[in-house]
Design a protein. Structure first.
Lengths: 208, 208, 208
């Protein structure tokens, strides 16, 4: 599907830039920000492919993806100081990427005949593992486990997509509907600071 | 073997609860504690399967395992403050899980015709990698590399199991003997604070 | 190729010792330093094999590699305080290991018919991922992403090796030339403190 593929290429570019920016903050050199950008952009799909045993892994079958992520990281290294004007653009592209990664991840698992619950989970893993690996390489507790409805958006998008397909909706319509609804959910979650319940000191008092 | 499978399900539930509790301490949200609980419970088997190329990975072939781990994490989120009464139960179930994971890991590697040393190592990896990944996601130096005879218990259990099988003992008897001895070793190690030698400042003075 | 294999065995021994030393600094016990040493020495090849789907993974096919890494880690535990006399030897062996790992990694990817860019990347991953995993297990931002021309040496070695082969140079000559040039590059980079550009506060001001 061409639209999904276009969104994917835009998304990995944006994710690579976000990874590169975090690498710069950690004092990484040019190689470091290229690696961190690529891991952020391609780590979710890589984790999914390895867990599913889906070989060859995406960027190994399509090395041109690396051109996008490495190019984006290098450009970011030189223009990062001007990028704060674009924060809103980033947030939107990142949201678009999250739902596109999720739908693509579901497609891969479905093509392997996985159980529906694994299909949804493959979508969630594709959506969130890039950011998770980025944070681990920077030795931060992964943001996706702490804040905002990021993983929840991926879960919602995957569940909706699988449900629509099971209801007999065509593949193109289902992915467009899932992309649109998931993206809207993400925008609303950011705009209104929606969060999942997390836990207070009183919840864990007495545990050692 | 039904007994081993029952112990396995109890063990992944207990491990998921321990992961969830650590996630709560790190301020994770509900999604975070479900993921951390699942990684703690299933990460060892997943690492083993990926390293051995043993596909499909356990929880992908048996998605119902995720019901146990996610369910256990959610329940933990709401009752954690009452769990400190159960610390001793946890410690015992965790010890049982460690030896059960180890024996199961050995079985998987044996079914692939691996070298005996790899069979033992597959057991150890199954036993300890869940906790190791949990600690890495929480950006802590993995406890298993620092404290107590945790990995050593897995190594002992795996070595004993493989030795018993090579001595011609039947599979059921060998796993029961290995489970029992490994569990006893773990209980004694905890009760008497047994430790492996670690290293003091004087050992590394002068290294930069 | 016997020379390359000999260099490989020396290199995994040296890398295991460097991992063990870092484990001792983190207060790990004997098991911890064996695991950290083995991950440092064999983690690069393992990451490459898993990413390429190249099974069985190196040390599973050749468990005797573990004898080298575990043996080296244990010996290090007892003689570490005397090793600071050998710092220069370490640095040289580590450099030799880096280029040997890289050439071996390229060979593995080529044997699978990978795209030339993936061949080079497989070399780089083999060269640097051991140290990267070691640092992540110790919860440090990986040194290889921050300092010195370490990854760059791997990239240079891999590019040169692939270019020489494409130019029709025989396999043995190409690997010797790549090993020699890469090693010289590494020695010069360390001697003259060459670095890649990294980024200053002014480059990332205004980013949140």
């Amino acid at each position: 599907m061409t639209l999904l593929h276009t969104i994917y290429l835009i998304a990995i570019t944006a994710e690579a830039m976000s990874g590169a920016i975090m690498g710069m903050r950690k004092g990484m050199d040019l190689f470091g920000i290229c690696l961190l950008g690529s891991v952020t952009a391609l780590g979710g799909g890589t984790a999914r492919d390895i867990l599913l045993g889906h070989y060859p892994v995406g960027w190994i079958a399509n090395p041109e993806y690396l051109t996008f992520t490495i190019g984006a990281a290098i450009v970011t290294g030189f223009i990062a100081r001007h990028l704060h004007h674009l924060r809103m653009v980033f947030l939107l592209v990142d949201g678009l990427g999250l739902v596109a990664f999720t739908v693509i991840g579901c497609d891969v698992a479905m093509s392997m005949g996985s159980h529906p619950s694994i299909v949804v989970l493959a979508g969630v893993i594709t959506g969130i593992f890039g950011g998770l690996l980025r944070d681990m390489l920077c030795t931060q507790v992964p943001m996706v486990l702490q804040r905002e409805l990021y993983a929840t958006v991926a879960l919602f998008t995957g569940l909706l997509y699988v449900a629509l397909l099971h209801a007999g909706i065509g593949s193109n319509s289902a992915s467009l509907l899932a992309l649109g609804s998931g993206f809207l959910f993400r925008v609303l979650a950011v705009a209104f600071h929606w969060r999942l319940p997390s836990f207070q000191d009183k919840d864990i008092r007495g545990l050692d």
